[in-house]
Design a protein around this ligand. Sequence first.
Ligand code: NAP
Length: 363
Amino acid sequence: MVGTDKLPPIEENVPLSELTTLGVGGPACYLACCRTGGELAALLAWARERDLEVFILGGGSNVLVSDAGFDGLVVQLIDETVEFVEQGEGVLVRAAAGADWDGLVARAVAVGLGGIECLSGIPGRVGAAPIQNVGAYGQEVSQTIEGVEVVELETGESQRLTAAECGFDYRYSHFKGRWRGRYAVTRVDFLLSLATAGAVKYSDLARRFAAGSPPTLRQVRDAVLEIRRAKSMILDADDPNRRSAGSFFVNPVVTAARVEELRQSVQGSMPAFPAGRGRVKLSAAWLIEQAGFRRGLRRGRAGLSSRHVLALINRGGATARELVALAAEVQAGVEQTFGIRLRPEPVFLGFAGDDPLADGGIG
Ligand code: NAP
C-alpha cells in the first residue's frame, strides 16, 4: 500500500470537452491532478469514501465523453519524469505516465535509441501507450515495453506488471479487456537499443528513402511526422480536421478463410496483411471507403476528416450524440457490405454501458 500524501485540490463541474482532442462532451463532477503515488492514493481513498467511480485521463486524444459528462472523479497524472538507465546492450527508459509521448520519442531518437521512432507524432501521454498497445508503421509499444507500473484503483496498491502479464495483442492489452477500469498506469519501462538506422517496414515510409544506406532514426522520425501531418494525424491548431480522436476504428483481424470468402465478393484487390497466428489484418479505412463513405462527409456538426476516412471529426460544436450516430452509421454500412463489425478504438466515458456502439445504437 502506498502511503497517502496530502489530498490535492479537487475541482468541481469541470468541462471535459476542453481536455479532449475531439472537444465534445459534458463535465466531470470532480477533477484532480496528482504528481505522486501518495497523492493518487489520497484521491482514491477520497473517491472510495464517496462511492465515486474514478477515471484516469491522459492527453484526451483517444476519449469520447458523453454529453451528460462523467458522474465521478477524473484524475490526471502529471508526473513527467523520464530516466535513462544503461542496461546491458541497451538503455532502460523509465517514463512516468504524465510524460508527453512524442517528447519521449524525440528524446530517444536524439540520443540514438531505436525501437519507437515510427511512433513519432502520436498525441497523448506515456501512460496511455500500453492500454491499446499503440502502434504505427510496423512498430508497436509492446515490442519495447519491459514492464508497467500500476496502482489498483480499488485498493491503492501499487505493483509492477511484466509485458507478458499485460496480454498485449494487436491494438489491445488486458487494460482494455479483463482489467478495464482496474488500474491506473503510473510508469512505463521501455528497453530501447542503441541504433543508427531507423525501422522502415511500410511502403508509405520506404517510398521516402532512396535505395542504398538505411535512413537514420532522425530521418525516419521526420518522414513519419511528415506523412502524419499530410493525413491530419498531428495535432495542429490551424487544421480544420484537428478535432478528432485519430483512427476511430481498429483494423479488423480475421481468419485467412474469411479473407478468401471476401475476395470472391469484392472487386479489385483488397489490402490484407499477415497478423500472426494464421490471422489476417484488413484495412478499416479501405472497408469504410468501399462501403460508400467518402472523406469529408458531413453529418450536421460531425463528419469524416477530409484527409482520412478513418478519423471522425467534430466540425465545430458537435455533440457526442452526433459523433456516436455517425460512428454507428459507418459501422452499420461496413457490416451490411462486408459482414464485418468494426470495433471502435476510443474509450467511451459517461455512457450507459461501456460502449454505446456495442449494439449499433446510440448511448
Ligand atoms: P495507412 O498507411 O493508410 O495504411 C492502411 C492500413 O494498412 C494501416 O492501418 C496499416 O495497419 C496497414 N498497413 C499498411 N502497410 C502495411 C504493411 N506493410 N504491413 C502491415 N500493415 C500495413 O494507415 P493510416 O491509417 O494512415 O495510419 C498510419 C499508421 O499510423 C498506421 O500504422 C496506423 O496504425 C497508425 N495509427 C495508429 C494509431 C494507434 O495506435 N492508436 C492511431 C492512428 C494511426 P496498421 O494500422 O496495423 O499499421
